[in-house]
Design a protein around this ligand. Structure first.
Ligand SMILES: *Cc1c(COP(=O)(O)O)cnc(C)c1O
Length: 365
């Protein structure tokens, strides 16, 4: 019998995908200092944990498919009606739903050089063409060039604000000009995974724009500042017409019940969120001061993470892993001098920075 070559059966986009693999994965021991995935330094709210425990005995029941209770809590939180909300299994799920709702083979999806790795991945999956726009000096998105990259084939533009892994951000002025310039038949996805860390100054909040630009979709997550990464829950905000389409593509039970009750409880614990944000910004200030003091290059960041120019990033990451500290080298992003460090507790940050400084010194001498 002739053997089947499954390569011939696989759809074209899938063949070009490299499986996602965190560069520094290590079996988690309780002693591991995990600063490689931008998780919260305080962890989940105790209210969220209580809600999960209380709900655990209902694990045999399907979740309510429309997630009404959580949507109502999010509606209060965002000032938008529940008809504007789509829940996802992490915001990655929402990004995937958006691509599958609007794009197929031959369409163009625009994103920046150094942008979040999920954008090229889902572009390949739907068979669309990735239009990667060169970043500005300093690694940030060039929104002027991204608006100019729009053609008749463009369906979606992804903007991460701030971006992961660079931490770079666009100002209110830049975003306003961009949204004015982009034609309404192009969907603009503003990925605000770190928005809770970013209030103040000239940092734009997508909610200021969403009623004015019907082609704008905001995506948000409970994985980062809310400390619920393990549960996989995020959401999109968009006009009801778009939301209706996203909810047709969404799988009926894409978000699990424990995640929904935890997210709802987390939203009710503003104090925990404020503590997380405050401690993170203190940690960031401290790390930046030490980098400046030691004359080490970094990319200014508005996320809960920072890219540091260590020279040999892979060597640094491997050496730190030996000591039980996980950070991310950024060779996959074409930033081979940089590691990305998540802001941890003061103790974790100090230990990690001291080791990084020692390693850099050893190389220089
Ligand atoms: C972490 C992250 C996400 C979302 O992750 P989920 O855990 O799937 O919600 C989305 N966008 C960016 C830019 C991120 O860094």
């Amino acid at each position: 019998m002739k053997q089947t070559r499954y390569e011939e059966l696989v759809i074209p986009g899938v063949k070009t995908i490299t499986p996602f693999k965190p560069p520094m994965e290590k079996a988690n021991s309780s002693k591991t200092i995990k600063l490689d995935s931008n998780e919260s330094l305080l962890g989940a709210s105790s209210k969220a944990i209580t809600a999960i425990v209380e709900c655990a005995s209902k694990s045999h029941l399907y979740p309510e498919t429309s997630g009404t209770a959580l949507k109502q809590a999010l509606a209060l939180n965002t000032g938008l009606d529940t008809s504007w909300i789509t829940l996802g299994n992490g915001s990655n799920d929402v990004l995937d739903i958006i691509a599958r709702t609007f794009c197929h083979s031959g369409d163009e999806i625009v994103f920046s050089q150094y942008a979040f790795a999920v954008y090229p991945l889902i572009t390949k999956l739907v068979g669309a063409n990735a239009i990667q726009v060169p970043a500005k000096a300093g690694y940030g998105h060039d929104l002027v060039a991204m608006a100019k990259a729009v053609t008749t084939k463009t369906k979606v533009i992804f903007i991460a604000n701030p971006n992961n892994p660079t931490g770079t951000w666009c100002s209110r002025l830049e975003l306003s000009a961009f949204l004015e310039a982009v034609p309404q038949h192009v969907i603009v996805v503003l990925d605000e995974a770190y928005i809770e860390y970013c209030s103040g100054g000239d940092f734009p909040n997508g909610l200021e724009y969403i009623r004015r630009y019907p082609n704008l979709i905001l995506t948000r997550t409970f994985s980062k500042a809310w400390g619920l990464a393990a549960l996989r829950i995020g959401y999109a905000l968009a006009i009801p017409e778009i939301t209706d389409y996203l909810n047709r593509v969404r799988q009926p039970f894409n978000v699990n019940k424990l995640a929904m009750v935890a997210a709802e409880a987390a939203l009710s614990d503003k104090e925990h969120l404020l503590n997380t944000v405050r401690l993170t910004s203190e940690g960031m200030r401290d790390i930046v001061a030490k980098l400046e003091e030691n004359g080490i290059g970094y990319i200014p960041s508005r996320g809960n993470f920072i890219c540091i120019d260590v020279g040999d990033a892979m060597g640094t990451a491997l050496a730190l892993r030996e000591k039980g500290i996980l950070i991310t080298p950024l060779a996959n992003y074409g930033l081979s001098n940089y590691i990305r460090l998540t802001i941890g507790t003061a103790e974790q940050n100090n230990k990690t920075l001291n080791m990084i400084f020692k390693l850099i010194e050893t190389v220089v001498c």
